[in-house]
Design a protein around this ligand. Structure first.
Ligand code: HQG
Length: 180
């Protein structure tokens, strides 16, 4: 393999979440790509890796970012998409409280407008504050917001749990948000 672990993971996130067309890849409506096609098109586009490299990254990804289909022929990102996908997950009752990690500079805006998915398909929420803190750090000085998830659920907002433990919902209105 010609790229390191982190670069390879970034490449997979790019093609499986955001820009499959950069290598001419097609995702099905549920976000799955054929592993054979992914290998052939990545290698043709100059990102060289083997099936073993791919399975290794799926198994060792710190956030379990990628899922394999039951037959082992297809791969998809567990969450984080900006392209339109229908993950096909059944809505679930969330825990009473979920957390959202962000940067301090976004907090005022989020508390007044609510949480929006921005460039992604859905808002990403964590079950624990440690994970939320890590997510927030990606954007700057981290801040953690508390989401009254169960109360949202009782009011009809839908939540799904991605394969890697991240909770997804379409939006969070301000009335359910507070600083943690
Ligand atoms: C913010 C990573 C101002 C929001 C993570 C966030 C996650 C607002 C940013 C996954 C806002 C969007 C997703 C509002 C939301 N005003 N700012 N009204 N509403 N925002 O990266 O949740 O490592 O799209 O707080 O671990 O940070 O890539 O979302 O700061 O699971 O696998 O707009 O991506 O996973 O940023 O991260 P993002 P996120 P990976």
């Amino acid at each position: 393999m010609h790229t390191n672990h982190a670069q390879f993971s970034k490449f997979l996130s790019l093609v499986l979440r955001h820009k499959p067309d950069t290598i001419g890849l097609t995702l099905d409506p549920q976000g799955w790509a054929s592993i054979d096609e992914l290998l052939a098109k990545s290698n043709a586009a100059g990102t060289r890796f083997s099936r073993e490299d791919l399975l290794h990254i799926v198994a060792t990804s710190d956030k379990k970012r990628f899922s394999l289909s039951d037959d082992g022929q297809r791969i998809r990102a567990a969450q984080g998409h900006s392209v339109t996908v229908e993950l096909g997950l059944s809505p679930q009752e969330p825990p009473s409280i979920l957390y959202h990690g962000t940067a301090t500079r976004f907090v005022d805006s989020i508390l007044s407008e609510g949480l929006r998915p921005q460039s992604r398909q859905q808002v990403h929420l964590s079950a624990d504050e440690v994970t939320a803190h890590r997510v927030g750090q990606r954007h700057g000085k981290p801040a953690i917001l508390k989401v009254e998830a169960l109360r949202m659920h009782t009011k009809g907002f839908k939540f799904v749990l991605a394969d890697n433990g991240v909770w997804l919902t379409d939006q969070v209105p301000p009335e359910f948000l507070s600083s943690a």
